[in-house]
Design a protein around this ligand. Sequence first.
Ligand SMILES: [Zn+2]
Length: 529
Amino acid sequence: MSYTALYRKFRPDNFADVKGQDHIVTTLTNQINANRIGHAYLFCGTRGTGKTTVAKILAKAVNCEHPVNGSPCNECEMCKAIQAGTSMNVIEIDAASNNGVDNIREIREEVTYRPTEGKYKVYIIDEVHMLSTGAFNALLKTLEEPPSYVIFILATTEAHKIPITILSRCQRYDFHRISIDTIAARLSELLKVEGVEAEEKAIRYVAKAGDGSMRDALSLLDQCIAFYLGQTLTYDKVLDVLGAVDTEVFSKLLRKVLAGDVTSAIRILEDLIVGGRELSQFVGDFTWYMRNLLLVKTSDNPEEAIDVSSENLKLLKEESEMTDSDTLMRYIRIFSDLSNQIRFATQKRVLVEIALIKLCRPAMETNLDSVLDRIRVLEQKIDEHPVQQVIVQSTGVGEGSAEQPKPAERPPQKAAPEDLQKIVAGWKMIVGQTTAAFKQALLQSVPKYNGETGEPILYVEFQTPLGRLYPDDSEAKKELQSIIEQKLGKSIELHMLVAEDHQQTNLSQITVDQAIRDNIHMDVVIEED
Ligand SMILES: [Zn+2]
């Protein structure tokens, strides 16, 4: 028995069947009825909310020979040709893969020719935020003086990335997330047509899992039907197909990633592929899962922020305790980048694998959030092993310092110039051991010393205004000093200062460079550990 995906089979072909976007449908049909059609539309909204569907219906409606109450008749030659994708009047462009100036120039040349049949040439540009700056500029020229027979429909999930010059020339329509009730009602309707029996509770669960996206809900329903073909769809069966998969697998995968276990993470991916999981969807789902974790982690009332069952919320709370927000944000960033790349990629699996490796190995990246993640990994290691041992190994402080001084008493021996050099080289790791806001300030600091005089003084120069809080903070100073002294096994004098640019003008504070005058030995190159 052959099976057509519900999403394709029941894609609405007239405005009446578009669910949950009444505000848009009403405006558009009114425009068509009054023959006041715009030349540039911007459709914004999350995936699966009907942007391209409405764009296609609009393209048919404006060309239809006998429109019915603003909707296309779907009977005339024009409607049929557009429906079949054979009409020259409707041109769909995916900006994700055609984002260059040349692609838009091509359009600009084309629009000079009137349509040979029908009334309007309709250009639907999907993922329009992916256009390059040059392409946007080229598009702008066309939007400024569009021929009367041309309509542009720009669709995007990320409206904030559209230049204001383009926005100001478009009628903007925001597609809402579709409510669970609306999705559930549509699913019941389609199941009846398909002759599939299903429990109300099962349908609602699928609708909920669709998370505001009709397309996602339909594709989830497809999975359930395919799995239990010819049987009544019960709540338990749906849970079997959907519930278990997501929460359990995602939780397992996240734990492996947090542990930096690349092999196991890749193995879980392998299992998913063998299980027939569609990779683009997996990427979206895992991103959403991490987004929920982040909300649970950062929100006082996660119940209100995310729409999951109380059982799932309990699990999410457990998971959120295992990581921190910076790490989650880094993971989410990598996976959202991935979801953009993967849609039209041929080597989807390789892309997902690379992303998983990036998650497991923050050292492969150099931006701030991955540095924070590296610190997390280091802190974890430090928690697991005695501090002295880890530091001695990773920075190669000489054998003489291996004896651990008691934290309370200052080591008798003073630091030598080589010691200062080691501190500078291992600065990142020292900063990683400090706490909270002080750490944030230190992440933007530069350690310096006077290489000529060899005096055992370390100058810490804060590079941001945040650093102003610390030069007079004796507790912070003690914290940093004790970390360094434990590491060296030697005593050191510490001076904290703020870089000139960020000093408050009324303070006559000296800068580091003044302090160590012209013969400064600056070694700010922080080596990899
Ligand atoms: Zn028609």
